[in-house]
Design a protein around this ligand. Structure first.
Ligand SMILES: *[C@@H]1O[C@H](CO)[C@@H](O)[C@H](O)[C@H]1NC(C)=O
Ligand SMILES: *[C@@H]1O[C@H](CO)[C@@H](O)[C@H](O)[C@H]1NC(C)=O
Ligand SMILES: *[C@@H]1O[C@H](CO)[C@@H](O)[C@H](O)[C@H]1NC(C)=O
Ligand SMILES: *[C@@H]1O[C@H](CO)[C@@H](O)[C@H](O)[C@H]1NC(C)=O
Ligand SMILES: *[C@@H]1O[C@H](CO)[C@@H](O)[C@H](O)[C@H]1NC(C)=O
Ligand SMILES: *[C@@H]1O[C@H](CO)[C@@H](O)[C@H](O)[C@H]1NC(C)=O
Ligand SMILES: *[C@@H]1O[C@H](CO)[C@@H](O)[C@H](O)[C@H]1NC(C)=O
Length: 642
């Protein structure tokens, strides 16, 4: 009996004491001191959480987690973004070195608070042996990654990205054998990638992009056998890609783009290597040689970008094995030969950009089976296409077709008229097209961009074209077009809030009339208007002042004759204004002083006279801006005679 009672009493005591401890939530004095040191380092906390950190019951404080058994603080969770309600909070302040008194801490999450500044405490790695996750990303931290960070024997995740951290990557990081994620991207880190990182065999993610790292990629990078994501892009790395990379069996994301890497692509050296590689970016480097013949065995590839290198030779014939490929960027290299027939097997392909290479005729008809292809750019290849292959215009998903400088001859082909493709962007610039712009182009109801520049197209701009509801970019420069430009500005649309055109280039043609229509109709969202090098006569209308989105206006090399309209002063977003080589007369209106954003101005070769209005930005342009007029004077020219 007595024994049972004792047992029950003991049990109750344990429960009561446990409950009491829970309620009291009192933590060790070291932890309390560490937390108060942290709190005192923060000058502002928009969440108001720290203000409620009072008393000794720190295990009860918001953002603090204790171990139930030891009552030691194990986690500080104060991320800037609350994942539950997406509320963003900020803290401004510095990290106190005395935070290291929190010797049982396992997780420190102060990520995304924006305003933490100053350096990371230099001794941080020495006193917190249990730390597993350190998140200080998305702040304003400066100074180096402390060498002491190698002292965290249990560290699994180190996230210091998006700060202003400088210095080099400490080689001590190589001793963090349990490290899984190392995120240092978007900082100002320089120096080389330490060789010691090769020892991090548990590392799953290494992301140091957008820093100032130099030197070679260490040869032993292939030892990090757990790596799934490796991002070294946007640094200043040089030398070649180590061949050990073929040992990374788990790699899925490999980004080396925008560096100074040279030599050849060393992978895969044989079939079966890097079986999980999904995303590969090597663009903007100095890589040379061919695409390796076994490239087609990287069967998991989804997105590949090799643009802007010095790659050459034929595209591998087994390209068609890449059944998961959705995007392929090969532009700005020296690839030659023909596009392999096997390309037709890339049934998931959405984007193919081979512009600016040495690819030759003929295009394989097998391409017509790419039923998911939305963007095709074959521009600037010596393709000598002569005409657009009819199968090309029957591709059911094609919405962006770029065939600039592909040697297309004759009239704009009728095969386009009956296309089933939902064309939004069509670029046939720099070809040998002649004859008129067909009015049936106006039936491309989704057209957003039309670039027919640098051809020999004749006659007028069809009205059907300029009435297209979504047409934003119209580039017809350097053709032999004649007649009036009225249609471009007078849209017949009803009920639209301003026209859709934002970019109009009709320069270098033989248009002779229609300037009086500028700004009259609904096309008021124009940002870029170039009518230079035509035969335009007449006077500029007051409605020009309605184009209040315009950044760049070029009317140079025409026969315009009038005073410079005062309404030009309303176009306050203007950065470039070119009116040279016309017959503009009278004074420069004082209102021009309101064009504060103007960076480029040319009024030369007109018949302007009088004093140049005194003030910025007009007096800061060189004399040549005003030269060869009837009688302009004042700064920057010589003073006016009284
Ligand atoms: C500590 O106790 C709380 C409240 O009883 C409980 O929710 C939590 O899971 C416990 N934590 C651990 C690590 O046992
Ligand atoms: C970052 O720190 C600099 C000076 O150290 C300060 O000028 C800047 O406002 C800070 N930025 C933020 C977002 O707190
Ligand atoms: C890949 O790993 C194997 C086995 O560890 C090793 O023998 C080989 O040298 C490594 N390859 C490269 C290119 O480093
Ligand atoms: C193709 O790539 C070139 C060079 O990178 C780029 O300028 C062009 O816009 C791309 N084409 C398309 C249609 O996106
Ligand atoms: C039209 O194509 C030419 C190249 O052929 C290019 O220089 C120009 O920028 C393009 N226009 C637009 C608006 O993209
Ligand atoms: C364009 O105008 C110039 C100058 O008047 C003329 O010599 C040329 O023949 C014209 N070209 C066309 C295609 O009309
Ligand atoms: C306007 O077009 C002409 C001829 O095509 C060109 O030389 C000039 O640079 C263009 N102006 C602007 C501002 O782009």
């Amino acid at each position: 009996m007595g024994y049972q009672l004792v047992q029950i009493v003991t049990l109750l005591t344990v429960i009561a004491f446990g409950a009491l401890r829970k309620v009291r939530g009192e933590c060790s004095s070291d932890d309390l001191e560490g937390l108060m040191a942290f709190k005192n380092g923060i000058q502002m906390d928009t969440s108001g959480r720290l203000a409620k950190w009072v008393g000794r019951n720190c295990c009860e404080w918001e953002g603090v987690v204790c171990d139930n058994a030891t009552t030691r603080v194990t986690q500080i969770l104060l991320p800037g973004l609350n994942e539950k309600d997406f509320v963003q909070t900020q803290m401004v302040g510095q990290l106190s070195p005395s935070m290291t008194l929190l010797t049982s801490l396992e997780i420190l999450d102060l990520g995304g608070l924006v305003g933490l500044s100053g350096a990371i405490p230099l001794t941080i790695g020495l006193q917190m042996p249990k730390l597993q996750k350190l998140y200080l990303y998305g702040n304003n931290l400066t100074g180096p990654v402390p060498e002491s960070i190698g002292g965290f024997p249990n560290l699994q995740e180190l996230a210091l990205h998006e700060n202003r951290i400088s210095g080099s990557i400490p080689s001590s990081l190589g001793s963090l054998r349990k490290l899984k994620r190392l995120l240092l991207y978007s900082n100002q880190i320089s120096g080389t990638i330490p060789f010691s990182l090769g020892s991090l065999t548990n590392l799953v993610e290494l992301d140091v992009h957008d820093n100032a790292l130099m030197g070679h990629i260490p040869n032993n990078i292939g030892q990090m056998l757990s790596l799934e994501k490796l991002d070294l892009s946007s640094n200043m790395l040089s030398g070649s890609i180590p061949s050990s990379i073929t040992n990374l069996t788990a790699i899925s994301v490999l980004y080396f783009d925008t560096n100074y890497l040279e030599g050849t692509i060393p992978f895969p050296s044989r079939p079966g290597e890097m079986p999980s590689l999904n995303f590969l970016r090597l663009h903007n480097n100095h890589l040379s040689g061919n695409i390796p013949p076994s490239f087609g065995y990287l069967v998991s590839l989804q997105r590949v970008s090799l643009s802007n290198n010095k790659l050459e030779g034929a595209l591998p014939s087994n390209l068609g094995n890449l059944h998961s490929l959705t995007e392929l960027y090969l532009s700005d290299n020296s690839f030659s030969g023909q596009i392999p027939k096997s390309i037709g097997q890339l049934s998931q392909l959405i984007m193919l950009n081979i512009s600016n290479n040495l690819i030759q005729w003929p295009l394989p008809q097998e391409m017509s089976s790419l039923q998911n292809l939305q963007t095709l750019d074959l521009s600037f290849n010596p393709l000598s296409l002569s005409s657009i292959p009819p199968w090309l215009t029957s591709m059911s998903s094609l919405s962006r077709l770029y065939l600039a400088a592909c040697g297309i001859k004759g009239q704009i082909p009728d095969s386009l008229q009956t296309t089933q493709s939902p064309i939004q962007e069509l670029d046939l610039s720099g070809n040998l097209l002649s004859g008129p712009i067909p009015s049936w182009l106006g039936s491309f109801s989704q057209l957003y961009l039309l670039n027919l520049s640098s051809n020999s197209l004749e006659l007028h701009i069809p009205d059907s074209l300029t009435n297209l509801p979504d047409l934003a970019v119209l580039d017809l420069h350097s053709n032999k077009l004649t007649g009036s430009i009225t249609g471009v500005f007078n849209t017949a649309q009803q009920g639209t809030s301003g026209g859709s055109l934002t970019y109009i280039d009709l320069s270098d043609n033989n248009f002779s009339s229609g300037v009086e229509a500028i700004g009259v109709g609904e096309q008021l969202n124009i940002q870029h208007l170039n009518l230079s090098h035509n035969l335009l006569k007449g006077t500029l209308p007051g409605s020009l002042g309605r184009l209040n989105s315009i950044h760049s206006l070029d009317l140079s090399f025409n026969e315009l004759a009038s005073n410079l309209p005062e309404v030009l002063a309303k176009l306050t977003l203007l950065e470039s204004l070119k009116l040279q080589s016309n017959h503009f007369s009278g004074n420069i209106p004082n209102g021009f002083l309101k064009l504060r954003k103007l960076k480029e101005l040319d009024l030369s070769d007109n018949v302007l006279e009088g004093e140049i209005p005194k003030g910025k930005p007009l007096i800061d342009f060189p004399g040549s801006t005003y030269s060869r007029n009837k009688g302009l004077c004042g700064k920057p020219l010589s003073p006016c005679k009284v």
